[in-house]
Design a protein around this ligand. Structure first.
Ligand code: 7GP
Length: 840
């Protein structure tokens, strides 16, 4: 609805228009006003939670002012917009980020102090927005930060889950999942009860002929669920651009509950529909890199795609441009295959509702979408059963079959001699039941497909999409190596390091242009710089030690080497290799003389990460880590030489404490399985070194920081297939004696009942060791030995870490976003234009 205020009244309006706080006084006034009026509290009952709420609301006001302005400018200029469709956005906390991005750090800190609060305490009151599982969701969050910072007109679209990723508790050494109800107070979202979309499920398709004699289809008589928009402002750093993250919430289309049923006394039935509708956006699926094929998940995907597409098309139609302009105005990036239904949905809109011909609709669709692949592991590739899609989305299934028909015809024409290729590349897998291969649909419906690190993009081209490279040519397939936002992962997580760098580089410009970090290398021999760099690392380790004491009750010595592996627990990431290495270390220590022990480099092995609730093997890895910790940490022979800590409930805000405290972090996936990894980048940027395999972005990190500044080990991706084959078909399987000893120790009950761990050991000894733990164990242990030695030379170590930090500029998500914009979305950096127009 257009409802502009008439010209005559605009003066009064402008005079009273909301203004953002600028000074400390104004900030304090806003905080106090919110605490007193929005929260109905006073100075006599204001705890830290209320101080957080007041501060967040004051900042939110500010963001909303900028958000309105940005949206107005964009509506006016109507540039090409990019829409990032991601089922996950792992945002973490918003307040600290908002304060930083609007440049109010000092104002807020001093203001809060005057009101009687410490900024750190206030910030830590916030609950994480944990609408994601791991890498894929956190990448989406970093991208939003970069898009806004670089002034791209961009929107994120996702679901407003009532429950994010579960909270992890550890009971008797086992993971227990607790619901994450995060919405009891969320000041960052803005309900838009006037922005709704009715989304249909089930029903049937009717063909009819319109007045001009044209054959059309209509999907009808289905069940309707309403999507309600909730908006969250996304501020850029050092710019006024504030983009939008739109989250859809589901509710019954007929209002709160069914009055007809209620009035006739069917009280339970009257709310049943409402509950069914609300279930769609109720929970985030807690699986990382694993497809489960559940109907509710498919419902979520369609609900979100349909609402988002409706919204995007509605915005485009406002501009009254011709359909052939659509792809010049709209770029949609698919974050993995979860939003692939957007492809047939756009086709349905163009064909059934707008009456376009197939060819035109198809070329618009292909030109609009880009698809990012995040894994080549078969168990993660989505395939939906045809009967399920038929039942839930009958019209979409027809369109998918039509897309497939046109595509296969094309293949047949161009590759007449390769008939067996047709079944290989068909969108429909001829299984029982038949299944829709979503990745193929995504490739066929997009104009560009990218992987997220060089090795991964090569694997994408040579394995899962090999045939498609032949069909479309190599240019359709490209690489955009992942990155991270330096605002959160350097400045926010490690303010003192950021300040040290700023003091040498003459300001914080490197947070916007991370390549400037290369200038830090000039200080690698500067004694004063080195001293402060070392002191910062130590202080960060002290902070993690205090945190460990507080939450785990374990005392660790901050002078020990801190070895950290935090990420989702997954067999391919090989936390089992790490903990087997820890057990090996423990056994070595036990068998040493006191003199030999005295020479050992003390170490703390930190682990953290969640296991998908149904992933037995991952849960047993967590259990083993906790059991080993219990034994080792209590062993008087060992003392400070080795401690094992499982930090429970790893999440974004905890990562901000953990990441800056590492000396070594572990990125030890089986070569070829970790598409990129992004925590590897975070750790190095914060002055830690890596032990890693030649996998994902480790390879590019090595290229940037130099081989001397990283510890690589293990087999290469190109050898994995042969090694797996040898495990299954080789005649003798010789286990490395030290790994054998580790297994014997586990089986003997040293770490408690061995029963739960048998699966872990058997998977290696009896079931083919798919992740090649036994093949890499020896070189892993040796490399850890090299690390112990290297760490003893603290000066050389320091030189390596400083050098590595200074060479990490490439891994900013700003660089990624510029690459996506240029290569895939064909967006131009708008800043220059906007400056010229006088908007800044
Ligand atoms: C992850 C990849 O495992 C990780 O290597 C990469 O850094 C990250 O995406 C961002 O690109 N994948 C997922 O989190 C995931 O769930 C399955 O992938 C769809």
């Amino acid at each position: 609805v257009e409802a502009s205020v008439p010209e005559e009244q605009r003066e009064a309006w402008k005079k009273h228009s909301a203004k953002e706080f600028k000074t400390k006084d104004q900030f304090e006034a806003d905080v106090v006003r919110h605490i007193e009026t929005t929260l109905a509290r006073s100075l006599f009952n204001c705890d830290e939670a209320a101080a957080y709420a007041g501060t967040a609301l004051a900042l939110r006001d500010r963001l909303i002012i900028e958000w309105n302005r940005t949206q107005q400018q964009q509506t006016f200029a109507d540039p090409k917009r990019v829409y990032y469709l991601s089922l996950e956005f792992l945002m973490g906390r918003a307040l600290d980020n908002a304060i930083l991005n609007v440049g109010m750090k000092d104002v807020a800190k001093q203001g809060l102090e005057e009101l009687g609060f410490r900024m750190e305490d206030v910030i830590s009151q916030e609950r994480d927005a944990a609408l994601g599982n791991g890498g894929l969701g956190r990448l989406a969050a970093c991208f939003l930060d970069s898009l806004a910072t670089l002034n791209y007109p961009a929107w994120g679209y996702a679901l407003r889950y009532r429950y994010g990723i579960f909270r992890q508790e550890i009971v008797d050494g086992y993971q227990v999942e607790v619901p994450d109800y995060w919405l009891d107070f969320n000041p960052w979202e803005f309900p838009r009860h006037d922005v709704t979309v009715d989304v249909q499920f089930y029903g049937g398709v009717r063909k009819y002929t319109d007045d001009s004699g044209k054959q059309l289809s209509v999907w009808e008589n289905g069940e309707i669920v309403t999507a309600v928009a909730y908006d969250a402002p996304i501020p850029g750093y050092g710019t006024r651009t504030t983009n939008n993250l739109r989250l859809w919430s589901s509710k019954a289309s007929h209002g709160e509950f069914d009055f007809t049923k209620f009035n006739s006394g069917e009280y339970e039935a009257s709310v049943a529909d409402q509950q069914r509708a609300e279930t769609i956006s109720a929970v985030l699926y807690p699986n990382d890199s694993l497809d489960r094929g559940k109907e509710l998940r498919l419902k979520q995907q369609y609900f979100w795609c349909a609402a988002s597409l409706f919204d995007i098309v509605r915005r485009f139609k406002k501009s009254k441009k011709a359909w052939k302009e659509f792809a010049n105005q709209v770029a949609i990036q698919l974050n993995d295959t979860h939003p692939t239904l957007a492809i047939p949905e756009l086709m349905r809109i163009l064909l059934d509702q707008e009456g376009l011909e197939w060819d035109e609709a198809w070329s618009i669709t292909q030109a609009t979408f880009g698809y990012t692949n995040h894994t080549v592991m078969p168990e993660a590739l989505e395939k939906w059963s045809v009967p399920l899609v038929q039942h839930l989305l009958p019209r979409h299934l027809q369109i998918i079959y039509d897309i497939n028909f046109h595509f296969l015809q094309y293949v047949e024409r161009n590759f007449p001699k390769e008939r067996e290729m047709l079944s290989r590349v068909s969108i429909i897998e001829e299984s029982e039941p038949k299944r829709v291969r979503m990745a193929f649909l995504a490739v066929i419906g997009s104009h560009k497909v990218n992987g997220v690190a060089e090795l991964h993009s090569d694997l994408v081209r040579t394995t899962i999409f090999k045939d498609f490279v032949k069909i479309y040519g190599p240019d359709k397939f490209t690489n955009v190596t992942n990155g991270i936002t330096p605002r959160r992962w350097l400045h926010q997580a490690n303010p003192r390091l950021s300040a040290l760098i700023a003091s040498k580089l003459g300001g914080h410009e490197f947070l916007r242009d991370l390549n400037l970090l290369h200038k830090v290398e000039a200080y690698v021999d500067d004694e004063e710089f080195r001293k402060e760099f070392r002191a910062i690392k130590y202080a960060n380790k002290v902070r993690l030690a205090e945190y460990t004491k507080a939450v785990e009750g374990i005392t660790v010595n901050p002078s020990s080497l801190f070895d950290i592996q935090v990420k989702r627990i997954h067999e391919y990431k090989r936390q089992q290799l790490n903990i087997f290495g820890v057990i090996h270390r423990y056994l070595e220590l036990k068998s040493m003389s006191p003199e030999a022990r005295a020479k050992v480099q003390p170490r703390v092995s930190f682990f953290g990460g969640k296991a998908a609730p149904g992933y037995w093997m991952a849960k047993m890895v967590i259990h083993l880590i906790n059991q080993v910790g219990k034994v080792v940490n209590a062993d008087p022979d060992i003392g400070d030489l080795l401690k094992v800590v499982f930090l429970f409930d790893y999440n974004v805000s905890k990562a901000e404490i953990i990441t800056p405290a590492s000396d070594i972090s572990e990125h030890i996936s089986t070569a070829g399985t970790e598409a990129s990894g992004t925590s590897n980048m975070k750790f190095v940027l914060n002055g830690g070194l890596i032990i890693g395999t030649c996998d994902g972005a480790n390879i590019e990190i090595t290229r940037e920081v130099g081989e001397d500044n990283i510890f690589l080990f293990g087999n290469l991706a190109e050898d994995v297939e042969d090694l797996r084959h040898a495990h299954f078909y080789g005649d003798s399987f010789q286990l490395d004696p030290s790994l054998q000893r580790v297994f014997d120790t586990i089986r003997s009950g040293t770490f408690g009942d061995a029963g739960p761990f048998s699966g872990l050991v058997d998977s290696i000894v009896d079931h083919g060791d798919y992740y090649l733990v036994s093949d890499d164990f020896k070189s892993y242990v040796e490399t850890q030995g090299l690390i112990d030695e290297a760490y003893k030379d603290q000066e050389a170590w320091l030189t390596r870490t400083i050098t590595a930090v200074s060479r990490m500029g490439f891994f900013s998500s700003d660089r990624c976003i510029d690459e996506y914009a240029e290569m895939i979305c064909e967006l131009f950096p708008p800043l220059a234009v906007w400056r010229r127009e006088g908007w800044f």
